[in-house]
Design a protein around this ligand. Sequence first.
Ligand SMILES: CC(C)(COP(=O)(O)OP(=O)(O)OC[C@H]1O[C@@H](n2cnc3c(N)ncnc32)[C@H](O)[C@@H]1OP(=O)(O)O)[C@@H](O)C(=O)NCCC(=O)NCCS
Length: 153
Amino acid sequence: MSKLVVEEIDLQQCNDFWEIEKQCFSDPWSFLDFEYQIKNPNAEIIGAFVGNMPVGFVNVQCVAGELTINNIAVLKEFRKQSIGEKLLKAALEAYPNADVAFLEVRESNIPAQKLYEKFGFVKVGERKNYYQNPTENAMLMTKNMKTEQYNEL
Ligand SMILES: CC(C)(COP(=O)(O)OP(=O)(O)OC[C@H]1O[C@@H](n2cnc3c(N)ncnc32)[C@H](O)[C@@H]1OP(=O)(O)O)[C@@H](O)C(=O)NCCC(=O)NCCS
């Protein structure tokens, strides 16, 4: 694999990453919501590039010490090469003052759950019928950012 670069994206790059969002999710965020996230001072979209090619991103925000992973995705042909791990690590390091991290994940999404567990997230609840297309429960996962560490990658 060519050199991997992981860095915050700007508005000019929004469309490239929204294309990945649409390819990876059956219920994607709208372009406007995606763009709003880039403009939001309490949020970041961090992109992964192989060479100059956008291959994945993580959508993260932090308000009042609560960090939320809104979404993470890697193009199918680039999965299982530790890109997801590098993105999640960058997202968790983006807000050093965060006390706690939260995320929701489809009950059936074992690859994502395994990734989150590797970083110390634990399941703390579920949200019934949270997702659409198809309708599915969400697992709510959390991580204490002050006491728990993740393995250096
Ligand atoms: C979840 C996702 C981002 C992982 O990206 P990735 O680059 O393939 O992940 P990595 O190669 O960094 O894998 C890191 C860890 O995740 C877990 N993992 C990733 N893919 C997995 C799979 N197919 N089965 C089981 N565990 C998996 C493993 O714990 C893995 O660690 P290991 O290699 O030591 O076993 C990717 O599968 C994806 O884009 N899925 C579609 C979008 C999505 O569902 N996003 C999550 C929304 S909540």
